[in-house]
Design a binder for this molecule. Structure first.
Ligand code: HPA
Ligand code: ZN
Length: 350
């Protein structure tokens, strides 16, 4: 482990911003900013249940995951054409580049779009073109993760996988998102087994609002390589031990947890506890347009609210993000070296 040199506390926010990092938990539909929702609604002639940006923003007072998802799916209804998906992903990737994101693994929800008659080729075509351009124009490496909506049936997930078959070279893996409670991972055992056979990486949301049992079954039944959120793991000592021992990454999203009332506030977040227990936690934005900040906001606000978090933790979180990514090993090692160099540059003068 790299021993972080002494760094004055007032330099920490600058360091958090400057550090190269990977973002592994970002729903592209959750990066749809209110201004873009209204611009696309106008461009595509879609009627919205909100009169203005101000009116829409007033709906962002969430009390739970479901209260957010209702607004999130309404927002996504403006996405119709390949160019819409391109514009959305391009805007996110340009914003991520400003936060020194070197690698982004981007979730998308095909069923949200195919249910409205949008072809999966249109969705993946636009998103993938933005990922390709980002490498060239922004220096950001980006890949796509197709998420199944867990409030729908496994049969529906299989139908989505079938539609995705000609597009598999454009996605790096599959995930599981949407309403967690009442929809345990094991509901999707067969479709995830098929995805693994196809050589896809596998991740799953578990333990955001749901119990530790959902994290166990994401690992044991779905064979998830990373757990998205996972913050409820602290309720189960044996699970914490397993996550630490196997270095299973958790993609933690502090501002999301705050907005969806998973914790009463950032000061009550359990990120320090996860790190102290030796878990491979990472920091991510989830749905930045809805939760009040992109990845660097997540880092700086969380560190400001939790003064026990140090520069050593900052380095560990960014290091973990590369370790946990599905990028080629050579890229991961290069980014980790850049991370170390960044911390050395920020060290206090000897
Ligand atoms: N949890 C589950 N589903 C989601 C989320 C989330 O945080 N964001 C977008 N879809
Ligand atoms: Zn999520």
């Amino acid at each position: 482990m790299f021993k972080v040199p002494p760094i004055a506390a007032d330099r920490l926010p600058g360091l958090l911003a400057a550090a190269p990092k990977a973002e592994l938990h970002i729903h592209i539909e959750g990066s749809l900013e209110p201004d873009m929702i209204f611009a696309l609604a106008q461009r595509n002639g879609v009627a919205l249940p909100y009169a203005s940006v101000h009116d829409l923003r007033r709906a962002y007072a969430f009390t739970s995951l479901q209260s957010f998802l209702d607004v999130y799916y309404a927002g996504a209804s403006v996405l119709l054409h390949e160019q819409d998906f391109y514009d959305l992903a391009q805007a996110y990737l340009a914003r991520a580049a400003m936060d020194n994101v070197a690698r982004a693994e981007i979730f998308f929800d095909p069923q949200t779009h195919t249910a409205r008659g949008v072809d999966l080729h249109t969705v993946v075509g636009g998103l993938h073109r933005a990922c390709t351009d980002a490498r060239q124009n922004l220096g950001v490496s980006a890949s796509l993760i197709l998420c199944f909506l867990r409030h729908l049936s496994e049969e529906d997930a299989f139908a989505t996988l079938e539609q995705a078959m000609p597009l598999l070279d454009r996605i790096v893996g599959v995930g599981l998102d949407s309403s967690e409670l009442g929809h345990p991972p094991e509901k999707f055992a067969r479709v995830f087994a098929r995805c693994r056979q196809l050589g896809l990486h596998v991740v799953a949301h578990a333990g955001e609002e749901g119990p530790p049992a959902y994290i166990w079954s994401a690992l044991d039944v779905l064979k998830a390589e990373r757990i998205d959120h996972g913050v409820q793991a602290v309720r189960d000592a044996a699970l914490m031990q397993r996550l630490a021992q196997e270095r299973i990454p958790l993609t933690v999203c502090p501002l999301s947890n705050q907005k969806l009332c998973v914790f009463p506030g950032l000061a009550a977040h359990n990120l320090p506890q996860l790190l102290e227990a030796g878990l491979a936690a990472t920091v991510n934005s989830d749905d930045p347009a809805y939760f009040g900040g992109y990845i660097n906001d997540n880092f700086t606000q969380t560190f400001a609210a939790l003064p026990m978090l140090t520069a050593q933790h900052a380095w560990q979180l960014a290091f973990n993000s590369f370790e946990a990514s599905f990028a080629p090993e050579a890229d991961k090692r290069r980014w980790q070296q850049q991370l170390q160099a960044c911390f050395e540059r920020h060290a206090d003068p000897a």
